[in-house]
Design a protein around this ligand. Structure first.
Ligand code: NDP
Length: 283
């Protein structure tokens, strides 16, 4: 029977540290600020960005949401980004993706100043992460690492299996596990025998987007299982891991909701504080 990794409790603790860091900056006359850009009027995306802005305000940081209409030209969006890059009161820029179809996300992201890229998607930050240098790392993989570390299980020397290889979650999570000296296997939609790999995992990360893909009979007894999946099924939010069967075998498991999600939200605050501290120098 697993211990449940309580993402909400971990997030609450991390947020207390964030408040302290924000306060220390404010005492120096620097109000850490995250600016969020959203193009179009998708209600779920608006809810997402507004909640990120209110997370900032809740710990004393500042945040402005810039809303652009769906038909905005790419060049106008890039102009806004360049204005925010040049604005010394802005420390982090979050661009809500996906962008409308007439825009090229990679091109737009490349215009965000890498030291304000709190999503860690700029190629400079991607390259720094791959080469093991200090980088602003993407939020969900950083959250996955926090959750693994919260168990106290040593990562070095362990077999870590990451299911999913997206640039947003799976691939950077695998890199971070490699930097912590795990032996890392990355599985994806073309992996021939998924269970053969997952059964060998001391640490298993699921970042797939397929509800309940990973089941109890695919787990090594005692494994740490981190479920990044967010899927809707029968009106409920469920993960990529079949919680009820996996919790009987794993040593530790994250629930969905209440696992990766709340910590990911907090990492965005941490990345913005990190950016502010870097820009203004640490004390
Ligand atoms: P993507 O769709 O970009 O990537 C999914 C990955 O899973 C791909 O690498 C794909 O392989 C692989 N895959 C798909 N089907 C299978 C399968 N049957 N067996 C093995 N691998 C498979 O998704 P994301 O990485 O963006 O997101 C993954 C999940 O994480 C989603 O549920 C998403 O909602 C959630 N998410 C959660 C966040 C959080 O903060 N908790 C944040 C971001 C995402 P291939 O490369 O071959 O196509």
């Amino acid at each position: 029977m697993s211990q449940i990794i309580d993402g909400k409790a971990i997030a609450t603790k991390l947020r207390a540290d964030c408040s302290e860091r924000a306060r220390a900056l404010i005492e120096r006359g620097i109000t850490p600020k995250l600016d969020v850009i959203i193009v179009g009027d998708d209600p779920a995306s608006h809810q997402y960005v507004n909640s990120r802005a209110s997370d900032c305000r809740a710990i004393g940081m500042d945040s402005t949401v810039h809303t652009l209409p769906e038909q905005t030209e790419q060049v106008e969006l890039i102009e806004l980004i360049e204005r925010l890059n040049a604005d010394s009161s802005v420390h982090g820029i979050l661009l809500q993706i996906p962008l409308p179809k007439h825009m090229d996300s990679d091109e737009v992201i490349s215009h965000i100043s890498w030291d304000k890229d709190v999503d860690g998607f700029h190629l400079m930050n991607v390259g720094a992460l791959v080469s093991g240098r200090a980088a602003i790392a993407p939020c969900t993989p950083s959250s996955i690492m926090e959750l693994i570390k919260s168990t106290g299980v040593q990562i070095a020397g362990k077999n870590a299996v990451v299911v999913g290889r997206s640039n947003v979650v799976g691939r950077p999570a695998a890199m971070m596990l490699l930097h912590e000296n795990a032996t890392v296997t990355i599985c994806h939609s073309r992996t021939a025998d998924l269970a053969a790999h997952t059964k060998n995992a001391d640490i298993l990360v699921a970042a797939v987007g397929v509800p309940h893909l990973v089941k109890g009979d695919m787990i090594k007894p005692g494994a740490v299982v981190i479920d990044a999946g967010i899927n809707r099924r029968d009106g409920k939010t469920v993960g990529d891991v079949e919680f009820e069967t996996v919790k009987e075998v794993a040593g530790y498991i994250t629930p969905v909701p209440g696992g990766v999600g709340p910590v990911t939200r907090t990492i965005l605050l941490m990345n913005t504080l990190e950016a502010a501290e870097r820009i203004h120098g640490r004390k």
